[in-house]
Design a protein around this ligand. Sequence first.
Ligand code: B1M
Length: 212
Amino acid sequence: MSLLEQIKENLIKGKAKEVKELVEKAIAEKVKPADILNQGLLAGMSIIGERFKNNEVYVPEVLIAARAMKSGMEILKPLLAAAGVQPKGTAVIGTVKGDLHDIGKNLVGMMLEGAGFRVVDAGINVEPDKMVQLAKENSANLIGCSALLTTTMTNMKLVVEAVKATGLTGKVRVMIGGAPVTQAFADEIGADGYAADAASAADLAKKLSGVR
Ligand code: B1M
């Protein structure tokens, strides 16, 4: 099995220590950082995403795989920056105003990172203007809103409106998700997209960013 295959397989199994060592080995063997990222770490995370979507693995496995990815990314990040490898896009993610649930939002963040996006986590109970301000400051092309309560999902509309009010419509796309949220609701409030789970959120982010 090639080194990159080994990185991918160990990431899928959530073996953080092994992933770190294999990434170090690949760097020492002069494998290109972009190949380590794309054919090793991101390839593994994409398989985890698919399995999560198909209910073949669950939240704990995703968290463990994401931890393994992070251990490899810590070593790779400076090399990627030095090699001029750009992220697929930048997403500001947050749980909307009034809502303190963050487990799903964090999973979405991990999947987005696993798909090659830079993620700026705005946290929980986030004011709509703060989401937009962070998007501006970080030149983000995506805002991802999460809500778990029927009483707070309506605040997603405020984010869509704040994006419009700042003239960022079309430049910054708003994607939404969370247990009570539906595609019909996304259409109703004028969001650019809805995803039912974290893996689908990564697919949607790529679609909205026009990348593969
Ligand atoms: Co809360 N809670 N909670 N809670 N809580 C729910 C959501 C609830 C359904 C429980 C119930 O009554 N059966 C209910 C909501 C009812 C409703 O509105 N329909 C509820 C309630 C009522 C409340 C309080 C009001 C309770 C109270 O105080 N009376 C209160 C509200 C506090 C507040 O937010 N202001 C409250 C508090 C809490 C805790 C703090 C105790 C805790 C949160 C801890 C935390 O997040 N750090 C908590 C929890 C844990 C839950 C349940 C049990 C689990 C939620 C969760 O993390 N699921 C939940 C009941 C349940 O779902 N069984 C419940 C796992 C997570 C991976 O799934 O977040 O859906 P989820 O994310 C998925 C998808 O939805 C999607 O991807 C994720 C992964 O696939 N997704 C996105 C999420 N965000 C996305 C964004 C995207 C795309 C996809 O694009 C950007």
